[in-house]
Ligand binder design. Structure first.
Ligand SMILES: Cc1cc2nc3c(=O)[nH]c(=O)nc-3n(C[C@H](O)[C@H](O)[C@H](O)COP(=O)(O)O)c2cc1C
Length: 322
């Protein structure tokens, strides 16, 4: 099998990538998606300050399984020197790639000039990438939005800067920061990025179905497609299967397995609680989901979760009409 693209010298064998998602794209879920053919992992975002302060929770987010390689550590920060120092430290933990988050829209982060807030400071981005690519041995990549707001859609300038300063890949979420998740992702803008640089470009935003995957590929000509929200509770998307064609039995089996992975990784009580937000996503679109949801978000044990699901799901016959 030929690689779909390379991140510098690292081959990536597949083009559908799970988006980094804080609270969702943890080791258990990434490994499930990898079993479904997802070819490279991104950690949830970690803060530069957490790294520099040796915060245990931050470092826990950088755990990965060897089978996840190539594994990308994603970092968010606003100060070029601190970002370099933090990335040098975490490079020691053995990631294959380090990614700088320039897309996070949360006020606490973007408002302080980190995440999408960095897009306001192109020359700072240039320095960050110059420093990082000059001092790290692993490839450095960037995940961006289209700009801060509709008046400052500087994605082409930022993409050029990233490439000129040694970035090995750009993932583009086709929205501005001020859009948060509203409106729709501008795939034509992503296509412009792809046309303007030689490094691989990953298209991201609003891919919900297999038809969307085909459409965004055609429209942007990108090297890969990154899927976020639509992959929660639906790892089958990485096998090019829509929700509607996954059988109830397959879903129940996956829910059991995912829950078991969560318990193994986090311990039983925390694993079950953290699984709740996944559980409600596995049942999206199914008849009776509204009745089942309140039980799932209160469930205190694996047995309880599974018995609610099996009891309800066995009554499901199909999906609600879209
Ligand atoms: C719950 C949640 C958490 C997210 N966390 C991150 C993150 O840690 N790093 C990041 O770059 N983007 C993060 N994002 C943005 C996604 O990676 C992605 O760019 C965005 O959801 C658009 O893709 P989608 O339309 O396929 O969901 C997050 C999104 C969601 C919904």
């Amino acid at each position: 099998m030929n690689p779909s693209f390379y991140v510098k010298n690292i081959p990536v064998y597949g083009d559908l990538i799970l988006a980094p998602m804080a609270g969702f794209s943890d080791i258990p879920y990434r490994c499930i998606c990898r079993r479904f053919g997802m070819p490279m992992s991104y950690t949830e975002v970690v803060s530069v300050s957490g790294i520099l302060w040796n915060n245990k929770k931050t470092y826990k987010l950088l755990d990965f399984n060897e089978e996840e390689r190539p594994i990308t550590f994603q970092v968010v920060g606003n100060d070029e020197d601190q970002i370099t120092e933090a990335c040098k430290r975490i490079e020691q933990l053995g990631p294959d790639i380090i990614d700088i988050n320039m897309g996070c829209s949360v006020s606490d982060i973007a408002g302080k000039g980190a995440g999408a807030g960095l897009l306001k400071y192109p020359s700072k981005i240039a320095k960050i990438f110059k420093n990082l690519t000059g001092s790290l041995s692993v490839p450095v990549t960037g995940k961006i939005r289209l700009g801060w707001d509709h008046k400052t859609r500087n994605y082409l300038e930022i993409s050029r800067i990233l490439e000129e300063n040694g970035a090995s890949l750009i993932a583009v979420h086709g929205r501005t920061r001020s859009q948060y998740f509203s409106g729709s992702a501008d795939w034509d803008a992503i296509a412009e990025v792809k046309q303007s640089v030689k490094i691989p470009v990953i298209a991201n935003g609003d891919v919900r179905t297999v038809a969307d995957i085909e459409r965004i590929k055609k429209r942007t000509n990108c090297d890969g497609v990154m899927i976020g929200r639509a992959a929660i509770g639906h790892p089958w998307i990485f096998q090019y299967k829509d929700r509607e064609i996954v059988s109830i039995d397959e879903k129940i089996e996956m829910i059991r397995y995912h829950l078991q992975c969560m318990e193994e990784y986090y311990g039983s009580s925390i694993g079950v609680i953290l699984f709740r937000k996944h559980a409600v996503k596995y049942i999206v679109g199914m008849t009776n989901a509204t009745e089942l949801r309140p039980h799932l978000v209160k469930s205190k044990s694996a047995e309880e979760t599974i018995s609610h699901i099996t009891a309800h799901m066995n009554n499901y016959s199909n999906y609600e009409a879209a």
